[in-house]
Design a protein around this ligand. Structure first.
Ligand code: CP3
Length: 350
């Protein structure tokens, strides 16, 4: 492993909030902050396909820094996708405009499932590591860089269903009909994710987020059986000094277990969860991140400012990272995203 000599970090607010330190105001960033609401992203989107943008380190770096230049949030997240890991495991992924991801060879039966083997994942995804290293240099210490991966359950959903879905019915029926084959896939995904995240840390990622976007499709018992053990294994195996944020969307029912058992430094919460409820379930002992309703960014700016302030009032400034409750929507005006970020940055404890 090469040791990098990165520029010194000038804004450590995000990392301090993750450690639970006292801060004057909470840090802020937005999930999917690099994306279609930014005109400068649209320029590159017209010129290059989605995976060209992901697989070319210079493009991924440029796209990662676009929202930092435009809005100056307190953290950057590397431009990539959670579906890089299924790709490295042999699943063909196309990103179809207006539809989302489509897999050419989804897992259809037990043989397909048992043929999934986690080998050389960091090597196959070396372009992500190159993008991270380059972005760390180009950021020049302005803000920390977040690496990320999808959680095994969410990746399993796409690998079986073969496309996005409201209920991932094929993935769930596969889980119940073929538990042993499913367990094999989860095990391989877990080990691939551990290798992938640790390689991102070696490349320069200063914090990690795990996206379990479809956690809310599972019952509490199924979450315990299928999702939580993978998450626990991953956080335990990630390099010790790097904080992990777990965003398990829709998993309000598991907040307590996630807070006390998952080993994460912080939990992402979506907008269906009241701040007081999340604090009570986690006994105010863990950093929480969220949870502005992404569609509220379409409200008039005055309302965005009021709702953002109220959100911080309710979460408190300590152990808190302001963010959306899920990714920013494509048709949000840039000025509305800026109002959200600026309101957090201007917030002061009375
Ligand atoms: O947050 C960031 O700015 C970093 C980049 C990032 C992307 N995808 C870029 C992207 C991150 C963190 C992701 C994670 C991701 N990808 C998730 C988990 C988060 C979530 O939203 O729940 C999921 C489920 C995916 C899979 C995926 N990728 C879908 C379902 C889609 C299509 C939906 C859409 O928004 O178009 C993508 C495409 C994608 N990934 C885009 C971006 C910027 C849009 C591509 C484009 O049209 O330019």
């Amino acid at each position: 492993m090469t040791e990098h000599n990165f520029p010194e970090l000038k804004n450590d607010l995000f990392l301090r909030a993750l450690k639970g330190e006292e801060v004057d105001r909470p840090p802020v960033w937005m999930m999917r902050q690099a994306g279609r609401y930014l005109p400068q992203y649209m320029v590159l989107r017209r010129k290059y396909s989605f995976f060209e943008r992901v697989e070319t380190p210079e493009l991924a770096c440029e796209i990662t820094i676009q929202p930092i230049d435009e809005l100056e949030p307190d953290a950057a997240i590397i431009f990539s996708d959670i579906l890089t890991v299924p790709q490295a495991l042999g699943i063909d992924v196309q990103m179809i405009s207006g539809k989302g991801p489509v897999m050419g060879n989804p897992i259809k039966n037990e043989d397909d499932a048992f043929s999934i083997l986690s080998e050389d994942v960091p090597e196959k995804l070396n372009h992500v590591m190159e993008a991270i290293t380059l972005t760390r240099k180009e950021l020049n210490g302005r803000v920390p860089l977040i690496g990320f991966a999808g959680a095994p359950w969410t990746l399993f959903c796409y690998m079986i269903q073969g496309e996005g879905s409201k209920n991932f019915d094929k993935a769930k029926s596969f889980l119940y009909q073929h538990p042993e084959a499913s367990r094999h896939v989860m095990r391989e995904l877990t080990s691939a994710t551990i290798d992938y995240l640790n390689a991102q840390v070696d490349a320069g990622a200063q914090a990690l987020q795990i996206f379990d976007s479809w956690a809310g499709l599972l019952s509490p018992d199924d979450f315990n059986e299928w999702a939580l053990p993978c998450l626990m294994e991953i956080t335990a195996a990630v390099k010790k000094d790097v904080p992990v944020i777990l965003f398990a969307k829709g998993s309000w029912y598991a907040l307590e277990r996630l807070g006390f058992k998952s080993g994460a430094a912080a939990l992402g919460v979506d907008w269906t969860i009241a701040p007081e409820f999340a604090r009570e379930k986690t006994r105010n002992e863990i950093t929480l991140q969220g949870n502005f309703d992404p569609s509220h960014l379409l409200a008039p700016i005055k309302e965005i400012e009021q709702k953002t302030k109220r959100m911080i009032d309710r979460f408190g400034t300590r152990r808190y990272i302001a963010n959306l409750g899920h990714g920013i929507l494509p048709h949000v005006p840039v000025g509305h995203a800026r109002a959200f970020v600026d309101t957090v940055k201007n917030y002061r404890k009375n």
